[in-house]
Design a protein around this ligand. Structure first.
Ligand code: CO
Length: 161
């Protein structure tokens, strides 16, 4: 495993529509491991492959709840309901947070590292993290959606995505 460099806005890779994964091989498994290691090293709660410069539809999420690390390939949000407004940050946009309106409950369907399909039902902060990471795969950053964006350098907080 190795920690990868996290690319920062305005790197153009963050604005690409990432490619669907079709090969479920050792390279993908190494990518997932590296992404998790990179996310934990940066004190993040989620990471999408474009954030390490790889334009593929791969995400990892761990918001510190009992579900632990969730690795998902080719994720698609298939159901969503409700609303939540709350603060978000991003490992690719250091020092900024913003309040983003998200669905409160989602069902996301994707594949594991061997290509098996599975679904995750999530609400609250976990649902927010999934929506943030899936946006990354479509070239969307939280600053595109935020009602306001503010500098947090004077009061740093953890939990970037
Ligand atoms: Co992010």
């Amino acid at each position: 495993m190795s920690i990868r460099l996290i690319v920062k806005d305005p790197d153009p890779v963050l604005r690409e529509v990432a490619k669907e994964v079709t090969k479920f091989n050792a390279n993908l498994q190494k990518l997932l491991k590296d992404m998790a290691e990179t996310m934990y090293d940066a004190d993040g709660v989620g990471l999408a492959a474009p954030q390490i410069g790889i334009s593929k539809r791969v995400i990892v999420v761990d918001v510190g709840d009992e579900r632990g690390l969730i690795e998902m390939v080719n994720p698609v949000i298939v159901e969503q309901e409700g609303e939540q407004l709350g603060p978000e940050g991003c490992l690719s946009i250091p020092n900024l947070n913003g309040d983003v309106l998200r669905a409160d409950r989602i069902v996301v369907k994707g594949q594991d590292s061997s290509g098996q399909f599975f679904t995750v039902e999530a609400s609250g902060f976990l649902a927010r993290a999934f929506q943030h990471e899936v946006d990354h795969l479509n070239g969307i950053l939280f600053t595109d959606l935020a009602e306001n964006v503010y500098d947090i350098t004077e009061r740093p907080r953890k939990g970037g995505e």
